[in-house]
Design a binder for this molecule. Structure first.
Ligand code: COA
Length: 260
């Protein structure tokens, strides 16, 4: 698929995806979502891609939400279908098995905040703003906001944001645990890539199973989650990377992991 609303570049194993509708603050219309679905599939399945960084084009917005023009025309059934399609794309991204970082360069509202939350880590420029303003439009979050926000920041703070529709700045997002780090705007992509390169220097299968254990385990009872963790721990003992990682430590040399 050739993209008209996304930029998609691969540099040394990292896919850089830029939502590219700056005149509409990168709002997620149906075309963006269709192209994003294709991009997520590429990230998931292409062996040469080992991680992804998602950002927005232009100086103002990461993504200012779902396209309100599209939403204004929807009825109950296509509305539900749109929500389920978007949720599916974001869930596929979240479970792609490779690290994904949101580099939040400006407004991350509605679907933008939801896309950022489906990424594994979030770096924000200090100009970024976050919010779930759907109630101001007579709708509710539809791409996972009511589910991922309370998991990230707790029920009380999530409800405060969702029910008020209020926007918060990057420092407040950091304070409540919505973002991992706040950096100057000019450093955002370089810092995101540095974080990604650090993760990609680790053992890839271990990283993959950590992502899976946290994603699946958070929905399990503690006992089920601990069993999943023990199974992963045992499985990794069968890998070259565990032998190499532990041997390299004991031999006081850097490890040479497979697939890096
Ligand atoms: N859907 C469709 N178009 C959008 C949009 C969205 N979610 N967010 C911004 N745009 C468009 C605007 O309509 C405008 O288009 P125009 O130039 O053709 O009129 C353009 O992007 C620039 O936005 P503008 O509102 O002029 O910028 P601003 O700096 O004055 O305000 C925001 C920025 C983010 C505060 C404001 O655009 C906004 O509130 N957007 C909607 C946010 C939202 O409710 N998102 C959740 C949707 S579920």
């Amino acid at each position: 698929m050739t993209y008209q609303t996304l930029l998609f570049d691969i540099h040394d194993g990292v896919a850089f995806v830029t939502i590219n509708r700056p005149d509409k603050l990168n709002a997620l219309n149906d075309q963006v979502m269709a192209e994003l679905a294709d991009a997520v599939e590429r990230i998931t399945t292409a062996p040469e891609i080992r991680g992804a960084i998602i950002t927005g084009a232009g100086p103002k917005a990461f993504i200012a939400g779902a396209d309100i023009g599209d939403l204004s025309r929807q009825g109950p059934f296509d509305g539900k279908a749109r929500a389920m399609r978007g949720q599916g794309v974001l869930r596929r991204l979240e479970t792609c098995g490779k690290p994904v970082i949101a580099a939040v360069n400006g407004y991350a509202l509605g679907g933008g905040c939801e896309l950022a939350m489906a990424c594994h880590l979030r770096l924000a420029s200090d100009a970024a703003k976050f919010g779930q303003p759907e109630v101001k439009l007579g709708i509710a979050p539809g791409y996972g906001g009511t589910q991922r926000l309370p998991r990230l920041v707790g029920k009380g703070v999530a409800l405060q944001l969702i029910l008020s529709g209020e926007m918060i700045d990057a420092q407040e997002a950091y304070r409540i645990g919505l973002v991992n780090k706040v950096v100057p705007p000019g450093d955002l992509l370089a810092e995101s890539e540095k974080l990604m390169r650090g993760i990609l220097a680790m053992a890839p299968l271990a990283v993959r199973l950590c992502l899976e254990a946290v994603d699946q385990g958070i929905e399990m009872t503690l006992d089920e989650g601990l069993l999943l963790e023990a199974n992963h721990f045992g499985l990794l003992a069968a890998t070259h990377d565990m032998k190499e990682g532990t041997t390299a430590f004991l031999e006081k040399r850097p490890p040479r992991f497979e697939g890096r």
